[in-house]
Write a protein that binds this ligand. Structure first.
Ligand code: C5P
Length: 288
């Protein structure tokens, strides 16, 4: 079997509302999740044992973070398929970690997809979904790799009307943020889930649709990492930026742009002022 490569695209929550809390402490969400055309790369090949090597611009951020979710995903898939977990896995890490754009979740989902192909395993969809959910609340949506309305704790996934072509500028102040800490710091009441209106025709209409939706974790994240407020301010005041929001539990924020020229110019302008920030432009992926 030849090696298999899968891109682990960055996950972006265009809006994220917290609608409740379960007795076990997990929060109920209502979120429009999309993927940006920038991510980590997962490559797997046949081997006599299970190993993971990592390189790439943000690989050093994984040091000292304990067990890697990629190996957890490989072992969980092998257990479910009742086969030995044998593969050489290589991860090229480009996304910041603990950053609200699903780096670890996307890597885990890419591992499940790549190893299913390498090992010739086809789990029933419900079993694969449950296995992904056990790895992390964002892993099921990362398996879908296309715009999705996410509910429950991340386990209720629904199709959304087609989204228009658009570009994103992702900006992270290079400060990691713990998801449980952000949920714990959240204050205020719960939002009501809002159905999505009809399909927006272009990026401007998408921004208008999102204008009255936000990210309910923003204030909590800013209370832990005040730089997020500066990132949002910088994006909001950048020419041609249609909308600026935080993704997930932060600290990565995104700006929405109509096209590549506007997004590239914005990313260059932000990088010129804040060279220490991680700042990338990427297309919004409308399909997997
Ligand atoms: O499932 P995952 O490991 O990604 O979640 C990390 C932590 O984030 C959970 O232990 C929980 O504290 C918090 N979380 C939450 N509600 C969600 C997702 C995550 O409270 N829907």
């Amino acid at each position: 079997m030849p090696p298999v490569s899968v891109e682990a695209w960055a996950k972006v929550n265009l809006y994220l509302h917290v609608t409740g809390k379960r007795p076990d402490g997990y929060h109920l969400l209502d979120s429009l999740v999309v993927f940006a055309g920038i991510g980590d790369t997962l490559r797997v090949e046949a081997a006599d044992d299970l190993s993971l090597s990592v390189d790439g611009p943000t690989a050093a951020l994984l040091d000292g973070m304990g067990g890697n979710i990629v190996l957890d995903a490989a072992q969980a898939l092998a257990r479910a398929a009742q086969i030995p977990a044998l593969a050489r896995i290589h991860l090229t890490k480009r996304l910041p970690v603990a950053a609200g754009i699903g780096g670890g979740s996307a890597d885990a989902a890419a591992t499940l997809l790549a190893l299913s192909r390498l090992w010739g395993v086809t789990l029933p969809p419900a079993q694969l979904h449950a296995l992904a959910l056990a790895l992390g609340a964002d892993v099921p949506v990362c398996l879908r790799r296309r715009p999705t309305r996410m509910g429950g704790i991340g386990d209720t996934l629904a199709e959304v009307p087609p989204l228009p072509a658009a570009w994103l500028v992702l900006v992270n102040p290079r400060i990691g943020l713990s998801t449980p800490a952000v949920f714990k710091a959240r204050q205020g009441c719960f939002s009501a889930p809002q159905p999505l209106e009809s399909s927006p025709a272009d990026a401007e209409q998408l921004a208008a649709m999102l204008a009255h939706r936000g990210n309910d974790l923003t204030d909590a994240a800013i209370s832990l990492v005040p730089d997020i407020a500066e990132v949002l301010q910088m994006l909001q005041t950048t020419p041609e930026c249609l909308l600026a929001r935080m993704s997930g539990s932060g600290a990565t924020c995104f700006g929405l742009f109509a096209g590549q020229a506007q997004a590239d110019a914005a990313a260059a302008a932000i990088a010129a002022v804040h060279g220490q920030w991680w700042c990338k432009s990427a297309p919004l992926l409308s399909a997997s």
